[in-house]
Ligand binder design. Structure first.
Ligand SMILES: NC(=O)c1ccc[n+]([C@@H]2O[C@H](COP(=O)([O-])OP(=O)(O)OC[C@H]3O[C@@H](n4cnc5c(N)ncnc54)[C@H](O)[C@@H]3O)[C@@H](O)[C@H]2O)c1
Length: 437
């Protein structure tokens, strides 16, 4: 008898979110409304996109969710941790992303989702004062407390599987140190309360060692560490990071490939934003903005390859700014001034003014990362899932070559991976039919 790795998605999938603020509450609200049939899941590839399958005369476009076994929206259960949020309805009201007409039909369900006390340390997010924080001061004990939370959640909600997506604040910038060099060093560092271990690293460690796939939606230094890569391989867990690709960086990964396709030169790219939500307030601290800046700046070089095209992209001034401006709330405005040059070097300019809604763009990405990581886990994939780079601003490479930033190449790789799994799944279904006949 044949076996297949294409295990179906039976049972409930628990989606655990460290950080239950604007993005997390908007994501949960959207899923609850979608499963009541009150709105389509706009912006979500897992729910709306189609994939080319079959070949020759059999070639056709099918919804992704019809050709790979994704968890059904009805089977999702939500939980998480937050040092401030009392419940998800409260978080949604504070964030002021969604109107009353969207919150009212699901208010009771949102209110019933109460975050667990967080592993939180102000040294990493100086602008926030945590009040719902775990009492443990030893990092080892904090990790054990999270592992216990995960196990309890699984049983209490009857989940057959779990995934975790970091939707918490951006932590202060820091670099890898000796404590991150291996699993053994990290475990020892937890016991020694090593100052280089951040809260997000403790969550990721708890998830991975509990066999739970983890995605990093912020620019934090979390999964891009040898200890986490080793742990993901050791526990057979897929991971994906980092930083949701939503507004300005998404635009950049659309426009830059276009310039390169035309062999037009780029002299400078100045990006500035105004943003008034809690994320903007956290990023107003220079040490937290530094994490975001590094994550945003990497994009152009890998797309434009200045080494290959020095005449076109050898001297680019790339500047990124975020300004905290409370009146704007979650409705960020991002300006780009792009200095390009063409035939004979004559200069031209492109101006982009993107009036976006941060959490509206991020929410479907949380859904897709959760569902695709869960699929990857059932497919037997582990370690860095480079095919999910499409959703991420600073995608992590699974090998020695740098990760690709070009949105269209990323989408092709995502489709290739899903197509291969769709074929496996179709073959398994055909075998099952033959065996039953
Ligand atoms: N919205 C977007 O377009 C977008 C894009 C890329 C990345 N991000 C990142 O996603 C994250 C969430 O954004 P948001 O707008 O929801 O921010 P937010 O401030 O509304 O929510 C973040 C929540 O994380 C909580 N938190 C902080 N430290 C925590 C910890 N140690 N454990 C658990 N919870 C913790 C905060 O209390 C807050 O409620 C941020 O890091 C942001 O930079 C957002």
């Amino acid at each position: 008898m044949h076996t297949t790795r294409s295990h179906s998605a039976t049972g409930r999938l628990g989606v655990l979110l460290p950080g239950m603020g604007a993005v997390a509450s908007t994501f949960i609200a959207g899923v609850l409304l979608a499963r009541k049939g009150l709105t389509p899941a706009i912006g979500s590839l897992s729910q709306m996109a189609r994939l080319d399958v079959g070949s020759g005369p059999d070639s056709r476009e099918e919804l992704i969710r019809n050709v790979v076994p994704l968890a059904d929206l009805d089977d999702l259960v939500f939980g998480g941790w937050d040092p401030i949020t009392r419940n998800v309805l409260d978080a949604a009201r504070t964030a002021r992303v969604l109107d009353r007409e969207h919150l009212e039909p699901i208010a009771d369900e949102l209110e019933a989702i109460v975050p667990m006390d967080a592993v939180f340390d102000r040294r990493w997010v100086s602008r926030l004062e945590g009040v719902r924080v775990k009492p443990q001061t030893s990092k080892w004990e904090q990790a054990q407390a999270l592992i216990d939370d995960i196990a309890r959640f699984r049983v209490q909600h009857g989940c057959s599987r779990l995934v975790m997506v970091w939707c918490g604040s951006t932590e202060a910038y820091h670099e890898a140190s000796a404590v991150h060099a291996s699993m053994a060093a990290f475990a020892q560092g937890l016991k020694d309360n090593d100052a280089n271990i951040s809260p997000s690293q403790i969550y990721a460690w708890a998830a991975i060692t509990s066999g739970v796939p983890y995605a990093n939606g912020a620019p934090n230094l979390t999964l891009d560490l040898p200890c986490m890569i080793e742990a993901a391989a050791h526990h057979g867990v897929p991971v994906a990071g980092k930083d949701f690709k939503t507004g300005q960086t998404w635009m950049k990964t659309l426009l830059a490939p276009g310039l390169k396709a035309r062999m037009l030169g780029l002299r400078g790219w100045y990006s500035t934003n105004i943003l008034g939500n809690r994320d903007g307030e956290v990023l107003d601290a220079p040490e937290n903005f530094k994490s975001k800046e590094v994550s945003k700046l990497g994009v152009l070089d890998t797309i434009l390859e200045p080494g290959q095209y020095p005449d076109l992209y050898g001297h680019i001034d790339h500047v990124v700014r975020i300004n905290y401006y409370p009146p704007r709330g979650d409705n960020k405005e991002g300006w780009d001034n792009i200095d390009i040059f063409g035939w004979l070097g004559y200069p031209m300019q492109i101006k982009v003014d993107f009036l976006c809604r941060d959490s509206i763009l991020a929410a479907p990405i949380v859904l897709d990362l959760a569902l695709f990581l869960d699929l990857a886990h059932r497919q037997g994939a582990s370690g860095v899932q480079e095919w999910l780079s499409f959703f991420l601003k600073a995608p992590q490479s699974a090998g020695d070559t740098p990760a690709v930033h070009d949105l269209f190449v990323q989408r092709a790789r995502l489709d290739d991976t899903l197509r291969a799994w769709a074929q496996e799944h179709a073959a398994a279904r055909e075998r099952a039919v033959v065996e039953h006949a």
